[in-house]
Design a protein around this ligand. Structure first.
Ligand SMILES: [Fe+2]
Ligand SMILES: [Fe+2]
Length: 293
């Protein structure tokens, strides 16, 4: 059976700031110098540790999303199939780029290999042992979390990325921008397949718990290497970011469980859309983020 595009409400359509049919396959490339510093946000080293920990997850969690959504691709048709293929290409680009970035991180922090093994086993176990419907719900609900992270970061981009390494900052902002761009893609497949809302809720809670666990573990490891684990300022900063982040994610998670919800109901930060327009397909590059204090 082939599934067509899910109809969404007129209000949702009206508030949509991105045409989901135009998800762009940006082959962005990033190159790090020999002296790349894993603390690439020198004004707030704790943010580098947390962001690096999120990056470590990407080569494990995003292939899981890709496999979970691609499983249903033969059942899709028309615009929904086209958008889903474009979504899968974007996620593929993300985890390839983060793999290269993570090689830089792993070469400088002992202990990351063990953490990455846990990540690989966790998402591999989910893929093998949970149903195809659960895995699809996991991908769709995790996109809500990724979208929330993008919105949180957009509001704080000056604080977080001022004086940051331009290549690393561009990698993260490019990824976050595409998370906003494809916020509806996995959800539309989830709706078209007809997976139950309780499954969506269960998978979203699990996704959030795993994210918090792995980011906390990675951040602790990197703070220890940076000799900042027992630095009170480091913890004050992390909580100052974590509390509004939790508020952003939890409110979006709650909204996304409503039966009338569609991700196009979320208001997008305009920053990413404007910035991604600057992508140059000839060179596969975006203008480097270069905010200086
Ligand atoms: Fe992604
Ligand atoms: Fe995504």
């Amino acid at each position: 059976m082939a599934l067509a595009t899910t109809p969404s409400s007129a209000a949702a359509q009206a508030s949509n700031t991105v045409d989901q049919r135009t998800l762009v396959d940006r082959r962005a490339s990033f190159s790090y110098g020999d002296n790349f510093a894993p603390v690439w946000t020198p004004l707030s080293p704790e943010f580098s540790c947390a962001a690096n920990s999120v990056s470590l997850l990407m080569p494990y969690i995003e292939p899981y999303f890709v496999k979970s959504v691609r499983h249903f691709l033969p059942e899709l048709e028309g615009e929904l199939a086209d958008t889903t293929r474009a979504y899968l290409k974007q996620e593929l680009q993300h985890h390839v780029a983060h793999r290269e970035f993570n090689d830089q991180i792993a070469s400088q922090y002992r202990g990351t290999a063990r953490l990455e093994r846990m990540m690989r086993r966790t998402y591999g176990w989910l893929h093998t042992n949970r149903s195809a419907h659960f895995n699809l719900a996991f991908a769709a609900s995790s996109e809500t979390i990724a979208y929330s992270a993008a919105r949180w970061a957009a509001e704080r981009r000056t604080e977080l990325f001022t004086n940051a390494d331009p290549v690393a900052a561009t990698l993260f902002l490019w990824h976050l921008g595409e998370e906003v761009e494809h916020k509806s893609a996995a959800f539309d497949v989830f709706k078209a397949v007809g997976v139950s809302k309780p499954r969506y809720l269960a998978s979203m809670l699990l996704s959030m718990v795993l994210l918090m666990f792995f980011v906390a573990a990675g951040t602790t490891l990197m703070l220890w290497h940076e000799r900042r684990l027992f630095h009170p300022v480091a913890h004050i900063r992390l909580w100052r970011w974590a509390i509004p982040f939790a508020f952003e994610v939890l409110s979006n998670m709650a909204m996304s469980t409503l039966s009338s919800h569609h991700p196009t109901d979320f208001a997008d930060p305009s920053f990413y859309e404007l910035w991604l327009r600057e992508y140059d397909p000839e060179t596969g590059t975006l203008p480097l983020w270069n905010a200086r204090a």
